[in-house]
Write a new protein. Structure first.
Ligand code: ADP
Ligand code: ADP
Length: 225
């Protein structure tokens, strides 16, 4: 089954009002397991809206969202939350790590919330930190890490519960070009290693070119670049 399938997604803000903004006008998208797709969009094109709908943080006006073959249309908030927690990982431009917890704990906590035993959660967290090359930073708090290291921890946290789908919004957008390149490489390695599908929004066309496919979001629709 497909990791993600969007069909006929439409979305407007303030519908029917003078300040209505029609953001998505029929978006179709299928991500196979293991596929890494770049989402390229000018600012304001609706990239965040699309990622939020795909990740069940927002609902479309029309169209269907399927995650792992399960149709999320009309499902209860509880069911959508469970699917989001189990099957979807998010990464943003800013790391959003909990400042009072260590890198390791930031990756352990979502697993505990999902019912994983502490020992297994810690083992998984160490394995993930090792894969992105910062095992030695496990006991540091976010403030003691560089920007690139913070993002690497955020990637590990996104994958903590072994989702089938990663949604990333400018994951290296806050980093200088050299760091961005290295951190992106670490993300790709992690994604390839775990075999999950990823939709990665970026303005960086060099990074986009390193993914399996590139899609452009413009005037509310996706097109192949
Ligand atoms: P992007 O992430 O591509 O910059 P967004 O999805 O954040 O785009 O926003 C797309 C459009 O929808 C923009 O014109 C934005 O101003 C508008 N928009 C986003 N969120 C809201 C909201 N909550 N209410 C009204 N308009 C919004
Ligand atoms: P942006 O820069 O696009 O505003 P941020 O990087 O500040 O986004 O990340 C904050 C985003 O997290 C918000 O857009 C918000 O919609 C989203 N969000 C809200 N709840 C959750 C959640 N439970 N899990 C992940 N992301 C969430």
């Amino acid at each position: 089954e497909q990791a993600l399938r969007l069909e006929g997604i439409t979305k407007a803000y303030n519908p029917g009002k003078p300040n209505e903004v029609q953001v998505l006008r029929g978006v179709d998208l299928t991500l196979a397991p293991g596929e890494v797709v770049a989402l390229v969009a000018p600012s304001g094109a609706g990239k965040s809206t699309l990622l939020h709908i795909a990740g069940l943080l927002d609902t479309p006006d029309a169209g269907t969202v399927q995650i792992g073959g399960a149709d999320m249309t009309g499902q209860s908030d509880r069911r959508r939350t469970l699917t989001r927690r189990n099957d979807v990982g998010f990464v943003y431009q800013f790391h959003h790590l909990l400042p009072e917890f260590t890198a390791l704990e930031n990756i352990v906590l979502p697993q505990l919330a999902n019912g994983t035993a502490r020992r297994a959660a810690e083992e998984r967290a160490r394995g993930l930190l090792d894969k992105v090359g910062i095992a030695v930073r496990a006991d540091h708090r976010p403030a003691a890490l560089s920007g690139g290291e913070q993002q690497r921890v955020a990637f590990c946290r996104a994958l903590a519960n072994a989702p089938r789908l990663l949604l990333a919004d400018e994951p290296t957008g806050n980093l200088d070009p050299a760091t961005s390149d290295q951190v992106f490489a670490a993300l790709m390695e992690l994604v390839r290693d775990t075999g999950l599908a990823a939709l990665i929004a970026t303005h960086n066309l060099d990074l986009a070119a390193r993914m399996d496919r590139q899609l452009r979001l413009e005037t509310g629709r996706l097109s192949t670049t």
